[in-house]
Write a protein that binds this ligand. Sequence first.
Ligand SMILES: *Cc1c(COP(=O)(O)O)cnc(C)c1O
Length: 405
Amino acid sequence: MDINSKQNFFVGLDRELERLKTAGLYKNERVLASRQGAEVVCDDGRTLINLCANNYLGLSGEESMVRAAIDATERYGYGLSSVRFICGTQTVHKQLEKALSDFLGMDDTILYAAAFDANGGLFEPLFDENDAIISDALNHASIIDGIRLCKAARLRYQHNDMADLEAQLQAAAGKRHVIIATDGVFSMDGTIARLDKICDLADKYGALVMIDECHASGFMGATGRGTHEHHHVMGRVDIITGTLGKALGGAMGGFTAARKEVIDTLRQKSRPYLFSNSLAPAIAGASLAVLEQLASSTALRDRLHANTAYFRSAIAALGFTIKPGTHPVVPVMLFDAPVAQRFAARLYELGVLVTGFFYPVVPMGQARVRVQLSAAHTTAQLDQALAAFAQAGRELGLLDTTGVA
Ligand SMILES: *Cc1c(COP(=O)(O)O)cnc(C)c1O
């Protein structure tokens, strides 16, 4: 450190930001002037069909959610000004934890301010240097960070590769406890973890299984309980983390669900729980209303999957390359980063909001726009979006039209 050290610090940040801009990696935030929904209004006054929210069940901007949040606020107030264990637990928090446990088929549930906190506070209280965590190579940043905070040995298996997972289980044979950690659904590709196989391998080696259900809770599986329902392994997954900020209402908040002794331990020792404020009552009450709605009807989940099937087959018929699958995340592959950026910009002009993803968010040469369907989209909106994709694709020379009459 010298007398210029502080000045150099800020100069260094400026240089790095310039480097990001030059490399095309600088992220600008889109500013909305409306509620979240199938259509949104941007701050420039344009109305756009929104194909890039995690608003899978279409609840984020719904009047019913606003009412439920207001009702809970009127009853329980604006906030707690406390962590849970001092004076920050209300009946609504206990009701929501019970409802989440029932919905997910688990013993007990603990709430966090975010799923990032749920994952960040999960591993360190439960595992130490005697143990091992085996993690899918494409796991979410919050799982990676949570594992980093824990002293357990870290092993990685190739994405969704069961032979490699088994090799890692064998490599961890000398450890006391071993846990396999994976996203239930991987958000960049819409890939579903091979959870039936993972549970079989876990049983074979005596390992635990943890899944992060942020892109699954509320709509995967016949009644929307998640990837464990989708793969018929309810009761065989040991720990489930998830968010209230995507399908289950869209505000914010996270949770971990597991056996009672795991949740009790987290309540005693998990740092983001012990040292961070209670979930706002508005969110707890509205999330509870969502779970009641999902328990009484699969209509939203069914509508989402119908929209997904419709969009997937129509976009492929137009000649676009998509990653195959059944999830409402539909990667429309453009491969080249500048093309993905131009394509997303043209769609914006044509009234469709999507984001281009390119390296380092996805592998080099795998640039894409990621479409996310919602139960809130009408068929007319999807048709309008598809027409815009077709126009932008033709203009940019992305569609092979030679066979078209
Ligand atoms: C979105 C997401 C998170 C973070 O959820 P928050 O509640 O917004 O913190 C964690 N894991 C995965 C897989 C996600 O997609």
